[in-house]
Write a new protein. Structure first.
Length: 355
């Protein structure tokens, strides 16, 4: 992998760290001291710099604000009791942001640039990585079209940034979800497989309608019939029915290929539990809930890692799942993932990148 060495570094004059109460952090509202910034102009990435976290200046004609060329990734850094810092599968995020970039006609980011910028930024802000069991440093790489442009075409100038935020658990309390049977998150032939900003904007209104009724998230269904399950909120979703874990497959490219999803499926298979990646019907999940064979349901994603579902509401009623403490599978997987991310157990899959 090529390593980029010409990143200019400007340090903050005074760190904000002493003002942070790490026990009472609101997710995504407290940001670390520095950020990485690069510009894409004349067909190449240039002006590579790590500088103090601060607002950026944009033209009113910034193409991303008008035509939505914006993508991002989500990842985390973890610190163990010895002060060592680990990233979890960062190369997979580097590869996936380029999958998104290609779909939205944006320039790819060389993996060497992505990894070197990430490494130097985390090293500089290493004191911002919290040590709590449920704590981590959330990392947000993103790219957007920065060209002054009102013509509808792919932009020729872009900005790539990385900034970080110390976080605690994403979800608190029980997670009650509702199966969405009207609104759509993604359709075949669209950008559902990409981490495009517009995907999340389109989901806000139906999610708010559900939240106003007391649900924490939606279970999204297919755009054509609403008969098949795709994702839950911003997470992939899995169901443990009988002796098998079933989860929506990625064939239709309406669902994000989650890094956590792939990791969880690998660990489940290693436990000797049968896994089926296929179309998952709303009907079969409801029937399993009604006949008592639905043992577990949980979302997987970077922010939440494992988010156990307490209940699923559908058009004709509600399914209450077993108490969270009795979920042997999701509890075991959650612990195993945390142990791997914090370097407590052997990394058999080469998932950990030590800073």
């Amino acid at each position: 992998m090529d390593i980029v060495s010409n990143i200019e570094i400007e340090r903050v004059k005074e760190s904000k760290l002493p003002t942070v109460d790490f026990d009472n952090i609101v997710f995504g509202k407290q940001f670390s001291d520095h950020m990485f910034v690069a510009d894409y102009k004349n067909g190449e990435w240039q002006n590579l710099a790590i500088k103090p976290y601060a607002p950026i200046q944009l033209s009113p004609a910034c193409a991303a604000l008008h035509y939505g060329q914006a993508i991002f990734e989500g990842m985390k850094a973890y610190k163990n009791e010895q002060g060592e810092i680990f990233l979890f599968r960062p190369l997979d995020n580097a590869k996936r942001i380029n999958v998104s970039a290609k779909r939205l006609c944006m320039p790819e980011i060389p993996e060497g640039l992505f990894m070197d910028a990430l490494k130097q930024l985390i090293e500089l802000d290493s004191d911002w990585v919290p040590v709590g069991e449920q704590s981590s440093l959330y990392i947000r790489p993103y790219m957007f079209a920065s060209e002054e442009l009102l013509g509808v075409r792919p932009a020729e100038e872009y900005k790539f940034l990385i900034f970080t935020a110390p976080v605690n658990s994403y979800y608190t309390g029980d997670i009650h979800v509702k199966i969405e049977s009207h609104y759509t998150r993604a359709a075949e032939g669209g950008v559902g497989f990409a981490k495009a900003a517009g995907n999340y904007a389109a989901a806000l209104y139906p999610a708010k309608l559900a939240q106003d009724k007391g649900y924490k998230q939606l279970i999204w269904t297919d755009a054509n019939t609403h008969e098949f399950i795709e994702e839950s909120g911003t997470m992939n979703i899995m169901f443990y029915i009988g002796d098998t874990v079933i989860t929506p497959n990625l064939d239709l490219k309406t669902t994000l290929a989650g890094v956590t999803r792939d990791s969880v499926l690998t660990l489940i298979r290693e436990m000797g539990i049968k896994v089926e990646e296929r179309r998952v019907s709303v009907k079969e999940v409801i029937e399993a809930g009604e006949n008592g064979t639905l043992k577990d349901a949980f979302g997987t994603g970077t922010a939440a890692t494992i988010a156990q579902v307490a209940s699923i509401t559908h058009d004709n009623g509600r399914i209450d799942l077993p108490p969270l403490g009795e979920r042997t599978l999701s509890n075991a997987i959650g612990k195993q993932l945390t142990d791997i991310k914090k370097g407590r157990v052997a990394d058999a899959h080469n998932w950990i990148y030590k800073i």
